[in-house]
Design a protein around this ligand. Structure first.
Ligand SMILES: Nc1ncnc2c1ncn2[C@@H]1O[C@H](COP(=O)(O)OP(=O)(O)OP(=O)(O)O)[C@@H](O)[C@H]1O
Ligand SMILES: [Mg+2]
Length: 397
């Protein structure tokens, strides 16, 4: 099964593009399901169909589902949550407070992930299209296995201090028909599932992240940040989908300026995402809802291309740590000449100029206060090494 995840800033067209992509895959004979956790039910509006928390078949090869986050949360976390609440209550913490602190951060979004695992294991579908939440939530979702573990270890160490308390509470909980063992097993199961999903999503043969943008500067900037973090977490982005480009046929002088600006911003997309394929869709005269409109959207994005196929292999930049713990930014620049390179650094961005090409890379937070030690070419890649200024370190102490 191939998994295609569409993410991007709010309102750029993620839901429309997810629906259109699913429809195109289904038309090509691939058994396809499109899922969304959007509580606003816009996937249903987009497809002009009634969709529920269980998959609904809408056409040949086409299923859709609005994932019910609560259901998955209860299934994977409910028992353990009850156990923790009992533990905290026993220690004099109000029930309501206890419930709050035992809600696993990010699990609501994580419901998506649990379904991905289910569909992968069942092998029923050829393609799973994910209409993901706007970027911030999606990033949180994709880092969820780490976040969960971090959170869980904190809570565990909190409770471990009261290890003696745990046993009597275990008994107390048992009286409540919540067996200790089952609660812990459930948590282990959740972690295992999240790890599996992460492995699936980080496998470029299985999953592709696609970033939906509009030809607007602010949208492109935010999406660049997302791209950097996706690379950092090890998820492969294989295309940029630019939606709402004013078509050439529009010659009304009213749109002339907007068209010029869009042209400029399409150039920025090239700088921001390097060699990644850029697929384009026009701004339509009306909302994109219903099968006919979605077909048109899919036509303009994909033409004859199969959207389920991997569109790009590799990454346009990666960040690694060397043996000494220094961060290294690696940028493949196969056509660059050594003497050809200019590098500009601001706190959170690096701009490279290689002959006629420009690349602009948004740095993750961990690199903002680091200095560049050196930049070298190594096997067609530019290796930029960062280090922590000693003065900074001392000041921090
Ligand atoms: N190319 C287009 N031309 C005209 N209208 C469009 C186009 N793409 C999307 N729309 C319309 O724009 C609105 C927002 O699109 P959509 O719901 O797909 O965005 P979204 O990124 O999923 O938003 P959200 O972040 O709120 O989930 C919808 O009414 C949709 O029909
Ligand atoms: Mg949406």
């Amino acid at each position: 099964m191939r998994v295609i995840v569409h993410t991007g800033k709010g309102g750029v067209g993620k839901t429309s593009i997810s629906a259109a992509t699913a429809l195109r895959c289904a038309e090509m004979g691939l058994k396809t399901i499109v899922i969304s956790t959007d509580t606003a039910h816009s996937l249903a509006d987009s497809l002009e169909a009634k969709i529920g928390p269980e998959p609904v078949q809408l056409a040949d090869n086409l299923w859709a589902q609005e994932v019910d986050a609560r259901y998955s949360m209860d299934k994977y976390w409910g028992l353990f949550q009850k156990y923790m609440v009992a533990l905290f209550s026993r220690n004099g913490v109000d029930d309501i407070v206890a419930e709050e602190v035992t809600i696993l951060p990010g699990l609501e979004e994580g419901a998506h992930l649990l379904w991905i695992n289910k569909y992968f294991n069942e092998g029923e579908f050829d393609v799973l299209i994910v209409d993901a939440a706007p970027t911030a939530e999606t990033l949180r979702l994709l880092s969820l296995p780490d976040v969960t573990r971090w959170w869980f270890e904190r809570v565990l160490s909190l409770t471990r201090g009261a290890a003696k308390l745990l046993r009597p509470i275990g008994r107390l909980v048992k009286n409540d028909n919540i067996p200790d063992e089952a609660a812990w097993e459930q948590v282990q199961e959740l972690f295992k599932t999240l790890d599996r999903v992460r492995d699936l999503l980080a496998d470029p043969e299985v999953a592709s992240m696609r970033l939906v943008v509009n030809p607007e500067k602010m949208v492109i900037k935010e999406t660049q940040r997302t791209y950097t973090y996706l690379n950092l977490y090890g998820y492969a982005t294989d295309a940029i989908l630019c939606n709402r480009i004013i078509p050439d046929e529009v010659t009304d002088p009213y749109f002339a300026m907007a068209k010029d600006r869009q042209k400029e911003n399409l150039g920025l997309i090239g700088e921001a995402f390097g060699e990644l394929p850029l697929l384009k869709a026009p701004l339509f005269g009306q909302e994109v809802t219903g099968m006919d409109a979605l077909k048109k959207l899919a036509d303009s994005l994909y033409g004859d291309q199969n959207p389920a196929e991997q569109m790009f292999a590799g990454k346009t930049h990666t960040i690694e740590q060397d043996e000494a713990g220094n961060y290294i930014l690696l940028v493949p620049l196969p056509f660059a000449e050594k003497d050809d390179l200019d590098l500009y650094r601001s706190r959170d961005e690096i701009t490279l100029r290689v002959g006629p090409y420009r690349r602009n890379i948004v740095l993750p937070y961990a690199l903002w206060d680091l200095e560049i030690a050196d930049a070298k070419f190594d096997e067609s890649r530019l290796r930029i090494r960062f280090f922590e200024k000693r003065g900074e370190k001392q000041r921090a102490k």
